[in-house]
Design a protein around this ligand. Structure first.
Ligand code: HAM
Length: 422
């Protein structure tokens, strides 16, 4: 095949059938589970004023290195960015519309980050997620984490692990950061060059380093959960007790600090063990009790998560679960009389709720049967001169062993419907 003139941009992919059907089915399953728990969908813009995303953290990679930003054609131009995630947009929407709290919403859609692409890491990727705004009750944290857990289970995934931590709040974190900074400075020479730079910009994020040379220092670092104030400590204890009572297994990791600065109290990540490698976080989230206020809204607690659909599908491949849905064409119509009868028969089938497709170009029976086989349809309806004269079609079983039989055209829809239902 000749080299194409254009390719999809680096870090992006065309998702073709049947993978696109699988993606849609996954989003449908997420919508079903979220709506069963009282969440409603929010569809928000794919770009926002860049100021919305600057609130994710002035020192985070997403803001400093990975933003797809642009100036519009206004005079003066406005500075926008493609969304790298949806939590900030949802908080902006909350501040703008002031819905009655608690506001329980779910979302799905593409996010954009200028990352170095590799397996499971793209510049355009899809997330599904939920956010609950306006409730600081730790019961919400439990409900939200349980929803994510249940979703993976519904897909059939068995090798997902939950990791949790608490980031404290504005009153308990500064003292912890001072302690952590002092510790890391004492061990500065033992850290990688990159982590030494991170230490000066944002000491918490050193804990996030996956570099082998940093691990000894990180393992012995003071942990946030030992520095929580009474309220944050109690909140975290209720969350853990709730997960225990639901039988959801988790491990605690003092190193889980997440990639944005907005987190407070509970943070969590879902790890796809079957994925191996560095890109094994299949989802993550946490509480962000100051973000709405940061965006100019009223003081409003919030918690949510986003799950990486592309990585979840890779995890499904690795575990051999959640196959692509079967093709929706039930009958492939093979018309060897020229093609106009196929038009009529397809219309009848579709009007009766049966998926139907056909070949074009007046091709031979053999050629059309090949296309029928490739379509994945379980049945072919064959129309030749004899059938037309008798007002019938020949219905052939393409998957099973019930052969073929002639049936009246008027019975086709009802016969096929009952065959497909069985
Ligand atoms: P995040 O951890 O940045 O959190 O992203 C959530 C998930 O999106 C990740 O666990 C991963 O599965 C997927 N993901 C992230 N970056 C990429 C990428 N470049 N390629 C493929 N998949 C990726 C958030 O986005 C927060 N908004 C989550 C949240 C919601 N926190 C509170 N509410």
């Amino acid at each position: 095949m000749a080299e194409p003139t254009f390719r999809a941009p680096k870090g992006t992919r065309d998702i073709l059938p049947p993978d696109s059907g699988r993606l849609r089915a996954l989003i449908g399953e997420f919508a079903r589970i979220a709506e069963l728990s009282g969440f409603g969908e929010v569809v928000s813009p794919m770009f926002e004023d860049i100021g919305v995303f600057l609130r994710l953290g002035e020192t985070t990679d997403v803001v400093t290195k990975e933003m797809f930003d642009f100036l519009d054609k206004g005079d003066p131009p406005q500075h926008f960015a493609l969304r790298p995630e949806l939590t900030a947009s949802i908080c902006r929407a909350y501040a703008e519309h002031r819905p009655v709290p608690p506001w329980k919403i779910w979302y799905e859609g593409p996010q954009f980050r200028y990352e170095q692409p590799q397996a499971g890491r793209y510049r355009q990727f899809t997330q599904v997620g939920v956010e609950v705004l306006g409730a600081d009750d730790p019961q919400v944290d439990i409900d939200v984490i349980a929803l994510g857990w249940e979703f993976y289970a519904a897909l059939g995934l068995r090798q997902v692990e939950l990791v949790i931590n608490s980031m404290g709040d504005a009153s308990s974190r500064p003292a912890y950061i001072d302690t952590l900074t002092a510790y890391l400075r004492d061990h500065r020479d033992e850290l990688s060059a990159q982590s030494q730079v991170t230490l000066d910009r944002n000491p918490l994020r050193v804990l996030d380093s996956k570099r082998a040379e940093d691990q000894v220092v990180i393992d012995a670092a003071p942990s946030m959960v030992d520095h929580l104030n009474e309220e944050c400590g109690e909140h975290f204890a209720v969350v853990r007790a709730g997960l225990d009572s639901l039988g959801i297994p988790y491990s605690m990791s003092p190193r889980l600090v997440r990639g944005f600065d907005y987190y407070t109290k509970t943070v969590f990540e879902f790890v796809g063990e079957a994925l191996g490698g560095a890109q094994n976080a299949v989802g993550g989230g946490g509480r962000y009790d100051g973000l709405v206020e940061d965006l100019g809204g009223p003081a409003t607690p919030g918690i949510g998560f986003a799950l990486g659909v592309d990585r979840i599908l890779l995890a499904c491949d690795a575990e051999g679960v959640f196959a692509a849905p079967p093709p929706s064409v039930g009958v492939f119509v093979v018309d060897v009389t020229g093609g106009s009868h196929a038009l009529d028969v397809c219309q009848r089938l579709r009007a009766g709720g049966v998926g139907a497709d056909r070949a074009y170009g007046g091709r031979s029976m053999k050629a059309q049967m090949k296309v029928a086989d490739r379509s994945g349809a379980p049945y072919a309806a064959i129309i030749g001169e004899d059938e037309v004269a008798a007002g019938e079609v020949t219905l052939r079983d393409l998957r099973g062993d019930s052969g073929q039989r002639r049936i009246a055209l008027d019975d086709l829809v009802s016969d096929v419907r009952s065959l497909i239902q069985n």
